[in-house]
Design a protein around this ligand. Structure first.
Ligand code: NAD
Length: 261
């Protein structure tokens, strides 16, 4: 538990499922105020709001599309309206689809870049603007991926978006460090969430992914959430501009294990 997160306000995008949901629930357990952004009413965000309240936090769910400037502005405004201000912004919303690069449509390219990279830019910009106006030494966390460093054929738009997140994070970290605003990324490896549901439903495909993880298992969203609360807390007060990989060792060249190479 991080006692300094109590009563702090965190905005989390794409928080109705998977990693975002786990982060929202974890901040609830830290007794924070959560602005839970969801994309689609069918995702039943109120159930997560109730779970956060039961855990001792406060929460409000706000529908919004991170590719739309006005929707992102409304998330920060929602934090101010409901809880007074915003201390932590977590740009988590992300999508992917598999297509060989020579067949990838401009529409798919734009859809993934707009959601994963432009959405994080808009969230970062609006949060930092608010932090500067209120003199807050806040924290921004962008959800990257191991694919900010591992190339990923058939997912060139996704890998490009996460490579972009790496530079977005490092540039903003450098720019706003003098103001005490920290900007970091989290780079998950293979995590058991809806984005991977189809792949992990196939035992052969699931084993193929698991074999790429030195620790030998698919990660849980809660293991990512544990890193998000640490990064947002004052325990990480001197940490800015990093990507914290939460990947069971996936970025450490697993094919070289056991003396190979
Ligand atoms: P997920 O599909 O459960 O979560 C993605 C969320 O983003 C969903 O709730 C979805 O509704 C939301 N979303 C999509 N488009 C949106 C938009 N335009 N506006 C607002 N919300 C939108 O999958 P997840 O694994 O929890 O993914 C969360 C983040 O973690 C993503 O950025 C993803 O790239 C990243 N990530 C996941 C893994 C993994 O293995 N699960 C690995 C590396 C990185």
């Amino acid at each position: 538990m991080y006692s300094d997160l109590e009563n702090k306000t965190v905005v989390i995008t794409g928080a109705a499922t998977g990693i975002g949901k786990a982060i929202a629930v974890r901040f609830g357990r830290e007794k924070a105020n959560v602005v839970l952004n969801y994309f689609d009413e069918k995702q039943e965000p109120q159930r997560i709001v109730d779970e956060i309240r039961e855990a001792g936090g406060r929460a409000v769910a706000i529908q919004g599309d991170v590719t739309k400037e006005e929707d992102v502005k409304a998330l920060i405004e929602g934090g101010v309206k409901h809880f007074g201000s915003v201390d932590v912004m977590i740009n988590n919303a992300g999508i992917e689809n598999e297509v060989p690069s020579h067949e990838l449509s401009l529409e798919d390219w734009n859809r993934v870049i707009s959601t994963n990279l432009t959405g994080a830019f808009l969230g970062s910009r609006e949060a930092i603007k608010h932090m500067l106006e209120t003199g807050k030494k806040g924290s921004v966390i962008n959800m990257s991926s191991v694919h900010e460093v591992i190339p990923w054929p058939h997912f060139v738009h996704y890998a490009s978006s996460k490579g972009g997140i790496k530079m977005l994070t490092q540039t903003l970290a450098l720019e706003y460090a003098p103001k005490g605003i920290r900007v970091n990324s989290i780079g998950p490896g293979a995590i058991d969430t809806p984005i991977n549901a189809e792949k992990f439903a196939d035992p052969v495909l699931k084993k193929g992914v698991t074999d790429l993880v030195p620790m030998g298992y698919i990660g849980k969203p809660e293991e990512v959430a544990a890193c998000a609360v640490w990064l947002a807390s004052s325990e990480a007060s001197y940490v800015t501009g990093i990507t914290l990989f939460v990947d069971g060792g996936m970025t450490k060249y697993p094919e070289f294990q056991a003396g190979r190479g």
